[in-house]
Design a protein around this ligand. Structure first.
Ligand code: SAH
Ligand code: SF4
Length: 343
């Protein structure tokens, strides 16, 4: 069976053509999938009967059932635990900020990268998600928003998993998100966050992928970074920075550098100076994320005064920075807290 969420519009066109069905119907079908966001094939009542029979016989709509749903007490964050067909589970988070809604989606069940402070990494790797499973998360969110007369415009690939470790499936999903006749999410409104998979960053540059790129840095020397990010062994910092510079040159895009602020570990003025020396002069912006609690890592978040001092040092190097608002911590929906276990 073919998961309709796993196909680009061109692939859907080819499928219909292979059934000798007029490609004129692709638009109507795409509309059902990504505008009306119907949740069953049976709801596609206006398609020609022969097409409906073909779809019922050969295709599925990979809607992911909600295994649990939690809302943060501040009312801004909603976390969905979604069940995959093989009973693996993933999490998708909906975050409200003034005037906008952002969905944070997963690219893998678990993660193989093992960053010490991340709940997903602490659980290990289960499997890659298919394109259909990545797309289904966004359609689910859009369906919820649509019921309120809203539309999803911002998307971050910052949920469970390392997106560049599942490159092909992720990029095909991105093509579906961007399709102007469907979800129509602007390329710059889609942010992919990576731990620093060098070949993936280089490939994004080669393919001139216009989405926004965020890089999880956390340490500004190879030695410091390796303490937090084990994959720094495979892709050392100098190779990573070369890939970042290559990406910036090729695409003309800037990069967001993410820095989880851990009290007493990587949050001193010296650490900030090291970031400044590494990134100063680059078209970079730093997103500081005070550590969120996870069961497998015993560290504390940097307090706000220390975070401000860190930012002041970065500013000396001409580096703009922001401190990420803490959201959804009470329901373990914050950065790095997604473990897909029912709590
Ligand atoms: N695998 C990708 C994207 C998912 S993680 C990546 O690592 O970039 C999304 C962001 O959350 C990353 O910047 C990651 O370093 C950060 N993060 C992980 N655990 C965290 C924690 N406990 N507290 C704060 N941020 C965390
Ligand atoms: Fe994987 Fe990202 Fe977590 Fe590291 S921070 S373990 S790369 S999800």
């Amino acid at each position: 069976m073919i998961d309709l969420y796993g196909l680009t519009r061109a692939e859907l066109g080819a499928l219909l053509a292979s059934w000798e069905i007029k490609t004129a119907h692709v638009g109507r079908l795409w509309n059902y999938l990504y505008w009306e966001c119907v949740d069953t094939l049976a709801a596609m009542t206006e398609l020609p009967a022969r097409l409906r029979r073909k779809l019922e016989a050969h295709c599925t709509l990979g809607v992911l059932p909600v295994a649990a749903e939690t809302h943060s007490t501040d009312g801004y964050t909603r976390k969905l635990l979604l069940a995959l067909p093989d009973q693996e589970k993933i999490e998708t988070v909906l975050m409200r900020y003034p005037g906008r809604v952002t969905a944070c989606i997963s690219s893998q069940a678990g993660c193989a990268m093992g960053c010490v402070f991340c709940a997903t990494g602490q659980r290990g790797f289960m499997r890659h998600l298919t394109t259909g499973e990545i797309v289904a998360q966004v359609v689910h969110v859009q369906r919820l928003l649509k019921a309120n007369g809203e539309r999803l415009r911002n998307l971050v690939l910052m949920g469970m998993g390392e997106p560049l470790h599942n490159y092909d499936a992720v990029m095909k999903a991105v093509d579906v998100f961007r399709d102007a006749a469907g979800l129509a999410i602007g390329a710059r409104k889609i942010t992919l966050s990576t731990v620093g998979v060098v070949p993936g960053i280089r490939r994004m540059a080669e393919e001139a992928r216009p989405i926004s790129l965020a890089l999880s840095l956390h340490g500004a020397t190879q030695e410091e970074r390796l303490k937090l990010v084990p994959t720094a062994r495979r892709w050392p910092l100098d190779e990573l920075m070369d890939a970042c510079r290559y990406y910036m040159e090729k695409t003309g895009n800037h990069i967001f550098f993410e820095w989880t602020l851990i009290e007493g570990k990587n949050d001193s003025a010296e650490h900030a100076h090291a970031v400044g020396r590494l990134l100063g002069g680059m078209d970079a912006q730093v997103n500081l994320i005070p550590l969120n609690p996870t069961s497998g890592y015993d560290g504390a978040p940097t307090r706000s005064e220390a975070a401000k001092r860190f930012q002041a040092v970065l500013a000396e190097y001409g580096l703009p920075s922001t401190v990420r608002q803490r959201r959804g911590i009470d329901i373990a929906a914050g950065c790095g807290q997604l473990a897909a276990t029912v709590r």
